[in-house]
Design a protein around this ligand. Structure first.
Ligand code: SAM
Length: 289
């Protein structure tokens, strides 16, 4: 049924640019604002910033509240996933940061020690740099090549340097970034980030694995469910750039290759590889070797 899947993917050429909601890692409202859980997570005196829609990333960007809620949800879950209690004493590096974590931290007064956002999208980084006054926040533009997001950038290599102090971050996170990285960049990104994590720090990133999941939240599940591909099988390929005509929209990795690439860096150990949840694709947690 692999050809069936490819045909369906092909059919997205005419549709997906206008109907990408099912691709989002965050597809539904998260914690109702009225819930006790939400109330416990937010504080008074929230400070919102305005971010023009064209500077936002992701399928939820037209709906400001759901967009920021999705960031708040992930930020709330990170301590659980990392087993680290809270973000209050954490220096966080968010690579491919987009805007929703910034907006969620400010709106809900989520406690972090510091937040550093890096992205290839210069207008967004400039907007955040000039709009966010809170001294815990830092932003840097990184002009690295990505076939989907920054075709004129410089190649990402293991020696690519970030404008940050080495061993300064407790948490390095990349949400919906490896979902758009080719294998050479997957490996180079892991190597380039390694100097910046504290010896006790952790790395967390989401990615698309080319497999069905029992929970039903993965990209492949979405495609299969949407098109009733009951007998779908994984491609067996280590990697496939699966969305025709839009490079790296769907960077699909086999589980084995995703892990091999980490192993090949020699500098990260895999702590866990986690199934997609309602609001996130597969995600991997690593610690520095
Ligand atoms: C799908 S968006 C996710 C944004 C944000 N992490 C979120 O979850 O809302 C992917 C982001 O990664 C950025 N990006 C892509 N390749 C990158 C690279 N090599 N280095 C830094 N950022 C990159 C893009 O500009 C984009 O803002």
């Amino acid at each position: 049924m692999r050809s069936g899947l490819l045909e369906v993917i092909g059919s997205y050429l005419g549709v997906a640019y206008h109907d990408t909601s099912f691709l989002s890692e965050v597809s539904r409202p998260l914690i109702p604002r009225s819930s006790t859980l939400y109330a416990g997570f937010m504080k008074n005196n929230a400070t919102d910033i305005h971010v023009p829609e064209e500077l936002k990333r992701g399928a939820l960007k037209p709906d400001e509240e759901r967009y920021i809620d999705s960031g708040a949800h992930l930020l709330r879950r990170i301590p659980e996933w990392l087993g680290c209690g809270s973000l209050e004493d954490k220096n966080i590096l968010d690579v491919g940061c987009g805007t929703k974590f910034t907006q969620a931290i400010l709106r809900d007064e989520i406690l972090v020690k510091s937040y550093t956002g890096i992205d290839v999208y210069q207008p967004m980084i400039e907007h955040l740099s000039t709009t966010v006054a809170d001294p815990r926040f830092h932003y840097h533009h990184m002009d690295t090549h990505n076939e989907m997001y920054n075709t004129s950038g410089q190649p990402l290599t293991p020696d690519t340097r970030l404008p940050c102090a080495e061993q300064s971050f407790d948490i390095i996170c990349l949400f919906s970034v490896f979902t758009h990285l080719a294998p050479h960049d997957y490996r180079a990104m892991l190597q380039a980030l390694r100097p910046y994590v504290k010896p006790s720090g952790q790395l967390i990133y989401s990615l698309y694995l080319d497999e069905l999941t029992s929970g039903g939240h993965g990209l492949i599940n979405s495609i299969v469910a949407k098109h009733d591909l009951k007998d779908w099988q994984p491609s067996g390929e280590p990697f496939r750039d699966a969305f025709p005509g839009k490079p790296l929209q769907w960077a699909l990795y086999s589980r084995e290759h995703a892990l091999e690439l980490i192993e090949s860096t020699g500098c990260w150990a895999v702590d866990s590889i986690n199934e997609p949840e309602e609001h996130i694709q597969h995600f991997i947690v690593c610690t520095p070797k």
